[in-house]
Ligand binder design. Structure first.
Ligand SMILES: Cc1ncc(C[n+]2csc(CCOP(=O)(O)OP(=O)(O)O)c2C)c(N)n1
Ligand code: SF4
Length: 470
C-alpha cells in the first residue's frame, strides 16, 4: 500500500502572505518542490531531522526555512558551503544540507563550493540545476545551454560571447576529496525515484562521516523556460540531459572514513601539553561566575598588537575559558593601523567580532579616537599615555593611563609596551595568574631572547601595578 502524506519533516503550515498556508510558493511544475519532498521524506526515514541544519541559499529555494522543520540558516548568496564549514567546526554530529541553485552555487558561490569540496567537508550538497536564474525572473546562469533564450540572452546564449555551459558535477570530479558525486534528473517519475536513492546515499555518507557528497539535480523551471510543466519535462530530456548526462561520477562510500575528527589547533595542543607535563592544569575559575571580556587591542603595525591578542587568547584558553582572536590590519607590513579583537568567556562565543568592547587597550592616538565611543558603558579604557596626548572624553568608563612606551623604552625594545598593557589589564581585572602567564608566554613569543625580555617586562608591569594602582 502506498501512503501519500506530507513528510513529518515539513511544518504543518507554511508561513506566507495570504491564503494557501498548506502549499508551497513554488510555481506549478517547479522541481524545487519535488526535491524538497524527497529530502524531507529522507530526514524522517534516516531519523536525522532533529540534527539537521538546512543551509538555505539565495534563490527560489531560500524559503526552505518555511518548510523544513529542522535547524535553518539563511546564508548569504553562494556562501552555504562556507557557513556549513563553520558550523561543522563546532557541531560534529550535525547533518548539514547545502541546498543551492545554479546561480547561487555555480556563479556567485563558485569559490565556496570548490574549496568546501577540496577540503572534503562532511556535508551533503544538493545542487539544483535549472539552467536559469529562477527567482530574479530568468537571467542566464552559468549552466544555461548554448542558444537558450533568457532575459539577458534574448537571442540565445552564445558561447563566444557568454562563455560555455558549466558542468558542475564534472568540475567536482576534478577535485580529489569528494566521496560521492552524482547527477540526477527530475524529468520523469522513474528518474525521481532514482534521484531519491541517490539523495539517500548522499545523506548516509554524511551520517557515516564519509565526507563531501555532491548531487546535481536537473530540475525544471517551467515559468522562466516559458513552457508548461509537461513541455518543460520533455525539454529536459531532449536538451538538458544530453548536455548534462545523468550518471554517477564517483562513489567512494565503501571506503573507510577519511578522518573522523579535527586535528586540534597546534597552539591549543601545545598549551595542554605544557600545562599537563608540569602537572599544573589550572583551576578553572571560569565556571565560578559568568564572565565575558571583549577586548580590543589597537595601535599601529609593529606595536605587537596582534601578538598581544594571541597571547591573551592563549592565556584565556589555558585558564579554561572559551576564546577567540580576530585580527584586523591594513595592507602595510609596518606602520599601518592594526587591531585585534579577543573575546574570552566561560560561555560559548557566538561571533569573534568585537563590535562593542568592554575593554579597549589603545596603544596610539588614532586607536583611541576610532574606538573610544564603541566601549560599553562601565567598560575599561587603557591608554598608552606616552604616545596618546588626548584624554578620554567618556565619563561612564574606567580609565587607566599607563606610560607603557616609556617603560618599554627603558628596556630598549619599544614593542614590549604591549605586554606591559596586557599584564596591567589582567592584574586590574583580577584575572592575572602570573605563574600561568609565565608558562603561556613562550608559546606566543617564539624567539628565546624575546621571551626573556617579555618576561622581564611582565615583572616590571606587575611592580608598576603594585606601586601605582593597587
Ligand atoms: C549578493 C546578491 N546578488 C544578487 C542577488 C540577486 N539574486 C537573487 S536570486 C539570484 C539568482 C538565483 O538563481 P539560482 O541560484 O539559479 O536559483 P533559482 O532561483 O533558480 O532556484 C540572484 C542573482 C542577491 N539576492 N544577492
Ligand atoms: S521561478 Fe522557477 S525555480 Fe523559481 S519557483 Fe518558479 S519554477 Fe521554481
Amino acid at each position: 500500500m502506498i501512503v501519500k502524506e506530507k513528510p513529518k519533516a515539513f511544518y504543518d503550515t507554511f508561513e506566507r502572505k495570504g491564503a494557501g498556508q498548506e502549499v508551497t510558493h513554488y510555481c506549478p511544475g517547479c522541481g524545487h518542490g519535488t526535491a524538497h519532498k524527497l529530502i524531507a521524506e529522507l530526514l524522517v526515514e534516516l531519523d536525522i531531522q532533529d540534527r539537521t541544519i538546512f543551509l538555505s541559499p539565495v534563490g527560489c529555494s531560500v524559503f526552505a526555512y518555511y518548510y523544513m522543520d529542522t535547524g535553518n540558516i539563511q546564508c548569504a548568496h553562494g556562501r552555504a558551503p562556507a557557513v556549513g564549514t563553520g558550523i561543522r567546526r563546532t557541531h560534529k554530529d550535525a547533518i548539514l544540507i547545502s541546498y543551492q541553485g545554479d546561480g547561487d552555487l555555480a556563479a556567485i558561490g563558485t569559490a565556496e563550493i570548490i574549496h568546501a569540496a577540496n577540503r572534503g567537508e562532511n556535508m551533503t550538497v544538493f545542487f539544483i540545476n535549472n539552467a536559469i536564474y529562477g527567482m530574479t525572473g530568468g537571467q542566464m546562469a552559468p549552466t544555461t545551454l548554448e542558444g537558450q533564450k533568457t532575459l539577458t540572452t534574448p537571442l540565445g546564449r552564445s558561447s563566444g560571447r557568454d562563455g560555455n555551459p558549466i558542468g558542475m558535477a564534472e568540475v567536482m570530479d576534478a577535485i580529489k576529496a569528494p566521496v560521492y558525486i552524482e547527477r540526477v534528473s527530475l524529468s520523469t517519475p522513474g528518474k525521481v525515484l532514482k534521484a531519491r536513492k541517490v539523495f539517500k546515499k548522499a545523506l548516509e555518507n554524511q551520517i557515516d562521516k564519509k565526507g563531501f557528497s555532491f548531487v546535481e539535480v536537473l530540475s525544471p523551471c517551467p515559468i522562466n523556460w516559458k513552457m508548461d510543466p509537461v513541455e518543460a519535462r520533455s525539454w529536459m530530456q531532449e536538451h538538458l540531459e544530453p548536455l548534462y548526462p545523468v550518471r554517477n561520477f564517483r562513489d567512494g562510500s565503501h571506503l573507510p572514513v577519511p578522518h573522523d575528527d579535527f586535528i586540534p589547533f597546534m597552539k591549543e595542543d601545545e598549551i595542554i601539553n605544557l600545562l599537563s607535563s608540569g602537572g599544573a592544569i589550572p583551576d578553572v575559575k571560569a565556571s565560578e561566575s559568568d564572565l565575558e571580556q571583549r577586548v580590543k587591542i589597537a595601535g599601529f603595525g609593529g606595536q605587537g598588537v596582534l601578538s598581544a591578542g594571541i597571547l591573551l587568547a592563549n592565556y584565556a584558553i589555558a585558564s579554561g575559558y572559551e576564546a577567540t582572536w580576530l585580527p584586523s590590519y591594513g595592507p602595510e607590513m609596518r606602520g599601518g593601523k592594526a587591531n585585534a579583537g579577543v573575546i574570552f568567556s566561560n560561555r560559548s562565543i557566538g561571533s569573534p567580532v568585537v563590535a562593542e568592547p568592554n575593554v579597549l587597550i589603545a596603544l596610539n592616538s588614532p586607536s583611541l579616537t576610532s574606538f573610544e565611543n564603541d566601549v560599553e558603558p562601565g567598560g575599561l579604557i587603557m591608554v598608552n599615555s606616552t604616545l596618546v596626548r588626548e584624554e578620554v572624553k567618556r565619563d561612564d568608563v574606567d580609565v587607566l593611563y599607563i606610560p607603557a612606551s616609556e617603560m618599554a623604552r627603558e628596556s630598549g625594545v619599544l614593542a614590549t609596551a604591549n605586554i606591559i598593557m596586557l599584564t596591567i589589564y589582567l592584574k586590574y581585572k583580577g584575572l592575572a595568574d602570573t605563574e600561568l602567564l609565565r608558562k603561556v608566554l613562550p608559546l606566543s613569543v617564539k624567539r628565546k631572547d624575546a621571551v626573556d625580555l617579555n618576561l622581564k617586562m611582565m615583572e616590571k608591569a606587575l611592580a608598576y601595578y603594585d606601586r601605582e594602582l593597587a
